[in-house]
Ligand binder design. Structure first.
Ligand code: SAM
Ligand code: DTB
Ligand code: SF4
Length: 369
């Protein structure tokens, strides 16, 4: 967990954001090297497990039912489809699968039971599992954690003030409450925002201030450039300049030195040179795979070429925090100390297989799984 000893103020964060660009990149790069291996970039892959038809009115989102966007809607994906997508992602070096659902909030129903099964399926492949399912209660967060979810994504998206211009169907305090519920479990927190929705620099810095004051600070901070989707209220928004993205990544890096800053949506509009400066300025993660949730992302071979060119390598799963123990594992460990009804009774084959399992787990650890 990231202990938070910093006392940032809006003035200090604005001053960092407005530092002359190359000086800002230099400062951020220096901090990045102090806390992270600059040659490693973590790869997450998004999978929309339930697409479209969302009752919320987030102005940027193609999945809001009330906007007419050209997306293919989908009910919850099956275990088989998710397993195949996760395997594909793992094969190109992705360490985390982030499953997203176009829900306002999680409900205690069969769909949630199914998501729990999906979590277990991805967990079995040795990948970090991330979920982004909208608002969760404390007990729902606990259930996800027990199933082995590694990270929960829930973005603040912008400042509290500008939020009211973007979404009318929920408030900032709802977002903060969910982050609080997630924090009560052993899941890590992934929370960031979007640049390019017409917000002022002050809104960006206020959002970073709120994130930086979370105690502990989020383990992952995604910085998205708005993908302006036709049919949404943001469709005519000018694309955000790469310089603003670099400033945002660098400022996030400085104010949350231990967090992993993810260069998230919007990379299809960025040159390799622009992305290289973002990595220099402290981005330690990307979303890779041909699709984000509903919109395009650079082709995976292009990203792997970029990694080669820049001398970057994908980070192994569970490099920052150990694999979460599922409820089953914890129960098993607890029961191991119970008095068995047949003490001393040995079944050789069973002993042999638990030895084999231990070896396999050791091998997996060596491979970083
Ligand atoms: N429904 C859940 C929620 O809102 O938390 C999870 C899915 S929602 C699509 C997850 C995040 O995707 C949003 O908080 C927002 O940051 C990001 N997002 C959605 N549409 C986007 C767009 N057009 N451009 C950039 N980021 C976007
Ligand atoms: C995040 O910060 N960005 C991702 C993930 N967390 C869920 C989503 C980006 C979505 C971009 C628009 C789309 O593809 O629908
Ligand atoms: Fe729904 Fe999430 Fe999209 Fe908002 S961002 S409309 S809550 S899917």
């Amino acid at each position: 967990m990231i202990e938070n000893k910093n006392e940032w103020t809006l003035e200090k964060i604005l001053a960092i954001y407005n530092t002359p660009l190359l000086e800002l990149v230099y400062q951020a790069a220096t901090i990045h090297r102090e806390y992270h291996n600059p040659q490693e970039v973590q790869i997450s892959t998004l999978l929309s497990i339930k697409t479209g038809g969302c009752p919320e009115d987030c102005a940027y989102c193609p999945q809001a039912a009330r906007y007419f966007t050209n997306i293919e809607t989908n009910d919850l994906l099956s275990k088989e489809v998710v397993r195949e997508a996760a395997k594909r992602a793992k094969s190109f070096g992705s360490s985390r699968l982030c499953m997203g659902a176009a829900w306002r909030n999680v409900r205690d129903n069969e769909e949630f039971d199914h998501v729990i099964e999906l979590v277990k399926t991805v967990n079995e492949l040795g990948m970090e599992v991330c979920c982004t399912l909208g608002m969760v209660s404390e007990s729902q967060a606990k259930r996800l954690a027990d199933a082995g979810v590694y990270a929960y994504n829930h973005n603040l998206d912008t400042s509290e003030e500008y939020y009211t211009e973007i979404i009318s169907t929920r408030g900032y305090e709802d977002r903060l409450k969910t982050l609080e519920n997630v924090r009560k479990t052993n899941m890590t927190v992934c929370s960031g925002g979007i640049v390019g929705m017409g917000e002022a620099v002050e809104d960006r810095c206020k959002m970073l201030l709120t994130l930086s004051r979370l105690n502990p600070q989020p383990e992952s901070v995604p910085i998205n450039a708005l993908v302006a989707v036709e049919g949404t209220p943001m469709e005519d928004q000018e694309p955000v300049s790469i310089w603003e993205m670099i400033r945002m990544v660098a400022t996030a890096r400085v104010v949350m030195p231990k967090s992993v800053i993810r260069l998230s949506a919007g990379r299809t509009n960025m040159s390799t040179e622009g992305q290289a400066l973002c990595f220099m300025a402290g981005a330690g993660s990307i979303f890779a795979g041909d699709k984000l949730l509903t919109t395009p992302n650079p082709a995976i071979f292009e990203d792997l070429e970029m990694f080669d060119l820049l001398g970057l390598k994908p980070k192994k799963p569970f490099a920052d925090a150990p694999k979460p123990k599922t409820k089953e594992m914890l129960d098993y460990q607890e029961n191991r100390n119970e008095k068995w009804t047949r003490p001393g009774h040995i079944i050789e084959k069973n002993v042999q297989y638990s030895g084999l399992a231990k070896e396999k787990r050791k091998d997996n650890k060596v491979m970083g799984e």
